[in-house]
Write a protein that binds this ligand. Structure first.
Ligand SMILES: *[C@@H]1O[C@H](CO)[C@@H](O)[C@H](O)[C@H]1NC(C)=O
Ligand SMILES: *[C@@H]1O[C@H](CO)[C@@H](O)[C@H](O)[C@H]1NC(C)=O
Ligand SMILES: *[C@@H]1O[C@H](CO)[C@@H](O)[C@H](O)[C@H]1NC(C)=O
Ligand SMILES: *[C@@H]1O[C@H](CO)[C@@H](O)[C@H](O)[C@H]1NC(C)=O
Ligand SMILES: *[C@@H]1O[C@H](CO)[C@@H](O)[C@H](O)[C@H]1NC(C)=O
Length: 520
């Protein structure tokens, strides 16, 4: 008897505790991202001493400290800082080495701020931990990890160690709660190794479940997509050093589209370096962008702070599933219009021009047909728009299979200029509806307006897969795009170990840029 009543008492207690925990969980929270203008080391071609390396890293962390304090004062629960923000880029395996620390598995339950000697010399982790602890805020940073290995491990590099491009997270007490080693290294990141298997790094908070990946990872299935589809991550923490590529792979455009397509929040912090076309950070949600920053002119960093839903796929209302091919496959196919071919970021698109003020157009390539219904308020005589379709393997700077439907402003009125970078438009669209017969469920909806601006609230995706304008506000469109990724058709993940004399820059470095330098 006594036993039974004591256990029912315990049960009641547990119920009360659970109810209490449930009210502690937050529907919304405040997120911050900081676009940081990294102070580059003067020398990256020769190794420096550990003291010199730490001095440079502290200069960058002084600036990050200021941003972290400001974010905390504005009530932010978490702040994300960019890839390479602490030491910059353009390293070799040897020259990055003095900047690396051994970062333990978070399971060790460690607060570097209060126990700095536990894992040897770890001044960067200690400082980041103390910044999190003294400001009571989660801090997400990108740094370098080193792990000794032995020749009996056949994958062990010749210098006897693995070096990883790594994201770390310290909670508001300063405890190391997550560590993620970048899997999809950009091909020039030869200073780093990637882990044998993609890592699914997540952690739980009262304001949702968080997951981590880095820069080029966003173009691939693992770990990015798996974090959402299998682990139900609410918010992605995304440090990046992203080099903008018009018309489809500008940071703000693609990262916000990924958040919409995956129905997750993305906190994207980009390195700020206008000389390398690196700018564009944001706080993105399934309905678009809560806050974003794009600044190709100044040399300054920038802090963004915004309140967002903790569980965006079912708050404020559950999002219905989208069938990306439903409208396009059921609509009576319009006869295909006169087409020509044009290259957009090295991919051979099938294109057709928009010749009227209002029209229905269809363009097909392989199994993908793209439909556009549009109405323009006015088309400037010196501006040319096309509808384009691409269904194939992209093979420059990484191999990944694409299905793309795009409405696009050309560089000039010359047909050869379609796909060239253009940043302004003066023609206004009253209405557009774009759809395609996609073979994949992973489609990312992009709208980019004149001046490299996003269009939050000015378009939506319908359940039947149409990307349509809304609110009847005329839009000066650079591009309206359904960017589909057919992951099943990707070649397997391979290690690119070919030695190269190409300078080692991070992430999306363009052939274009290399030709500017005269390397290729
Ligand atoms: C990269 O480092 C090399 C020396 O290793 C230097 O000559 C070059 O100017 C650097 N490039 C950039 C873009 O900083
Ligand atoms: C999407 O819609 C198309 C056309 O109505 C249909 O054939 C297809 O089975 C649907 N796909 C899914 C996953 O429901
Ligand atoms: C495209 O084809 C449709 C249907 O045949 C036609 O109504 C429209 O005028 C054509 N547009 C162009 C630009 O040729
Ligand atoms: C385009 O097609 C839709 C649906 O078939 C039709 O309602 C609309 O009038 C057409 N628009 C033009 C400009 O032909
Ligand atoms: C930056 O972008 C502009 C316009 O898109 C392009 O002309 C330029 O070559 C790019 N610069 C680099 C370094 O890639």
């Amino acid at each position: 008897m006594a036993l039974a009543s004591s256990s029912s008492l315990q049960l009641a207690f547990i119920f009360i505790l659970l109810a209490g925990l449930r009210t502690l969980a937050l529907d919304k929270y405040t997120a911050a991202v900081y676009e940081h203008a990294v102070i580059q080391p003067e020398v990256t071609g020769k190794p420096v001493s550990p003291e010199e390396a730490l001095k440079l890293m502290n200069q960058n962390m002084d600036i990050l400290e200021d941003a972290i304090q400001k974010a905390a004062k504005q009530g932010a629960h978490i702040i994300v800082t960019p890839e390479d923000a602490i030491y910059g880029f353009n390293f070799t395996r040897e020259t990055i080495y003095p900047y690396l620390e051994d970062i333990p598995d978070p399971q060790v339950n460690w607060i570097p701020c209060t126990d700095p000697e536990r894992f040897g010399s770890t001044p960067v982790q200690k400082r980041l931990s103390c910044l999190a602890r003294s400001n009571s805020i989660y801090v997400v940073a990108n740094m370098g990890d080193k792990k000794n290995c032995h020749y009996i491990d056949p994958k062990c590099p010749r210098d006897g160690r693995y070096q990883y491009n790594t994201n770390v997270v310290f909670d508001s007490e300063g405890k190391l709660v997550a560590r993620y080693h970048k899997f999809n290294l950009f091909k020039v990141e030869r200073q780093f190794d990637f882990p044998k298997e993609p890592e699914l790094a997540t952690f739980d908070t009262a304001f949702g479940k968080f997951g981590l990946f880095t820069c080029f990872d966003i173009l691939f299935h693992d770990p990015a997509v798996t974090l959402v589809t299998q682990l139900s991550v609410d918010t992605m923490l995304f440090p990046t050093a992203w080099m903008n590529v018009l018309p489809h792979l500008t940071a703000i455009e693609f990262h916000s589209a990924w958040a919409m397509g995956m129905r997750a929040n993305v906190l994207a912090a980009n390195t700020h370096n206008p000389m390398f076309n690196m700018t564009g950070s944001g706080i993105y949600t399934p309905s678009g962008s809560e806050a974003y920053h794009y600044d190709a002119e100044s040399m300054n960093g920038h802090l963004l702070v915004a309140e967002i839903y903790s569980h965006p796929s079912h708050f404020p209302t559950p999002l219905p599933p989208v069938n990306w091919s439903s409208y396009a496959t059921t609509v009576e196919g319009f006869p295909e219009n006169h087409t020509f071919s044009g290259f957009i970021f090295h991919d051979d698109f099938t294109l057709s021009t928009l010749g009227k003020k209002a029209d229905n157009l269809t363009v097909c390539q392989k199994s993908l047909c793209c439909h556009l219904n549009y109405r323009m308020m006015e088309q400037q005589e010196d501006e040319l728009y096309v509808l384009g379709a691409f269904d194939g393997l992209h093979e420059v700077e990484g191999q990944y299979y694409l299905q793309i439907c795009t409405l696009l402003k050309c560089g000039s009125t010359n047909l050869q200029s379609c796909g060239q970078a253009t940043t302004t438009a003066e023609s206004y669209f009253d209405f557009y509806s774009l759809s395609g017969t996609f073979g994949t469920n992973y489609v990312f909806p992009e709208v980019l307006l004149s001046g490299i601006r996003l269009a939050p609230g000015l378009f939506q995706v319908l359940k039947d897969g149409q990307l349509v304008s809304q609110n009847d506000i005329p839009q000066s469109v650079l591009t309206v795009t359904l960017f589909g990724r057919w992951y099943e058709k990707d070649p397997p993940h391979i290690q690119n170990k070919v030695e190269s004399t190409i300078q080692q820059l991070s992430c999306l470095i363009l052939l274009l840029f290399q030709s500017v330098l005269g390397i290729i």
